[in-house]
Design a binder for this molecule. Structure first.
Ligand code: PEP
Length: 252
């Protein structure tokens, strides 16, 4: 798997201009960790200001519309994210899939719109607790990948996949290292089936209750190329502890 470990903060619907101090602190510290790729996805209202406040870290959106512009009140297009200074966008987060009814086809169209706008993409997949209990986790995630991976030229180079078990998001619960390893291997196999050789280089992140005290263990699992971090990305202190854990592993 190519590339530096990728540690991405997803701020969700949190953050006003007061949070720009956290961005500045994260950005300053990122300079000390050249072996880690660091990024933050603030709410869309802060992307422009975040870009202005940060020199080193990547900046992302949390979602985008499939159209470039039009009568879609409240929505934000990939072109607009790019124009505001974003480098990438998250698509298919489970909160979008559940709370906004987004289907795999929607997520695929969003990913393709983002790539067309020149953005990188972090595509989220993950099973619910009942799906895992029923022994269907890998089948569910495989089907999500088949339905939502973008199918345009050059897609694998600009794509990261985030495996986020829905039951681990914001709950403090994490899957066992063995389960993370098995799922990431299954995702890798699926990406190679979808993209051929290019699928071997797509970074696969783990997300779901990553914190300073479990980051090293999770980031050491084979095929875990980084982390998508929600709650623990909201302060520079807790986020940088995770970045620091990734940096220590990258030094080894
Ligand atoms: C997320 O929502 O992407 C996430 C991983 O959240 P948390 O780290 O808070 O579980």
């Amino acid at each position: 798997m190519a590339g530096l470990p990728y540690i991405v903060g997803n701020w969700k619907m949190n953050g006003t201009r007061a949070m720009l101090n956290e961005v500045r602190a994260i950005d300053r510290a990122a300079a000390r960790f050249p072996k880690v790729q660091v990024a933050v996805a603030p709410p869309a209202t802060l992307i422009y200001r975040t870009r202005d406040a940060a020199d080193i870290i990547g900046i992302g959106g949390q979602d985008c519309h499939i159209q470039e512009s039009g009568a879609f009140t409240g929505d934000i297009s990939a072109v607009m994210l790019k124009d505001a200074g974003a480098d990438f966008t998250i698509v298919g987060h489970s909160e979008r899939r559940t709370l906004h009814g987004e289907t795999d086809a929607d997520v695929k169209a969003k990913a393709e719109a983002a790539l067309a706008a020149g953005l990188g993409v972090i595509l989220c997949v993950g099973e619910t607790e009942s799906e895992r209990d029923a022994g269907r986790a890998e089948a569910v995630v495989g089907a999500q990948l088949e339905g939502s991976c973008p199918q345009v030229d050059g897609a694998p180079e600009k794509l990261s996949v985030a495996y986020e078990p829905v039951w681990a998001i914001g709950t403090g619960r994490v899957p066992s290292v063995e389960d993370v390893a098995a799922m990431h291997k299954s995702i890798r196999d699926k990406l190679v089936a979808i993209y051929g050789e290019g699928g071997a280089d797509v970074r696969i992140l783990y997300g779901g209750s990553v914190k300073a005290d479990n980051a090293s263990e999770l980031l050491s699992v084979p095929e875990v190329g980084g982390a998508l971090v929600g709650g623990a990305s909201l302060t520079a202190e807790s986020f940088l502890a995770i970045v620091g854990a990734a940096a220590s592993l990258a030094e080894d």
